[in-house]
Design a protein. Structure first.
Length: 183
């Protein structure tokens, strides 16, 4: 684990990212996708992140396989939501519980701050104790509960809404010119 680094994802990481995601699709309620994604879908996802300069990070040793990944993407495409993003974080099953989730989420929060975002949302299956613990550890707070909005593996599922509010961004960015300095 010592040689594992957190770095920006490259196109060559996509098969590893896809494999980790599809493992969660098939085995868990961490995602409410029910069918594994294809490589084409994942490549499109990556292209959208690159176009919008949204971060995709991976945990990997130099030359080694992807052990986990995290990403940020716009929460909503309506203009007034432009300072809010939603995050994702996935670690390969056999590498969970070793701190990789924590290492993947921390830099994502810093990337959000550097981008001038005001809020990060994490929509977490309410039974997903590791993810809830991980987000709490990184300063996310539960702000709501969506009851019975999911259905997977023959069960209705609740989603816990977690949020991390970031400091008001500095007004240096032209896109923030109209944002008040104090809430
Ligand atoms: C959620 C997930 C990303 C966490 O990654 P991880 O590498 O296992 O997390 P870490 O080892 O960094 O641990 C983070 C915190 O969760 C806690 N945790 C880890 N596994 C846990 C478990 N099974 N039950 C309860 N808490 C757990 C750790 O103790 C740690 O808290 P602490 O620092 O207060 O001790 C990982 O479990 C995962 O990929 N799960 C499947 C996909 C998923 O749920 N993604 C999130 C979708 S919202």
């Amino acid at each position: 684990m010592n040689s594992v680094q957190i770095r920006a994802a490259l196109p060559g990481d996509l098969p590893g990212i896809l494999q980790i995601y599809n493992e969660a699709v098939l085995e868990t309620t961490a995602t409410y996708d029910e069918r594994p994604q294809t490589m084409e879908q994942r490549a499109l996802w990556f292209a959208h992140h690159q176009e919008g300069h949204w971060p995709v990070l991976v945990a990997a040793s130099p030359g080694g396989p992807v052990l986990g990944w995290s990403s940020l993407f716009q929460f909503h495409d309506r203009a007034g939501y432009r300072f809010t993003a939603q995050n994702s974080v996935y670690v390969a099953a056999r590498h969970r519980g070793c701190g990789l989730g924590t290492r993947l989420l921390g830099p994502l929060v810093e990337a959000a701050r550097a981008r001038g975002l005001r809020a990060i949302l994490a929509l977490i299956d309410a039974e997903n104790a590791p993810s809830i613990r991980l987000h709490q550890r990184l300063g996310f707070e539960q702000v709501g509960l969506l009851r019975q909005v999911g259905f997977k593996f023959g069960r209705w599922l609740d989603v816990a809404c977690f949020e991390r509010v970031l400091p008001v961004p500095a007004p240096a960015s032209p896109s923030l010119a109209s944002v008040p300095a104090t809430p």
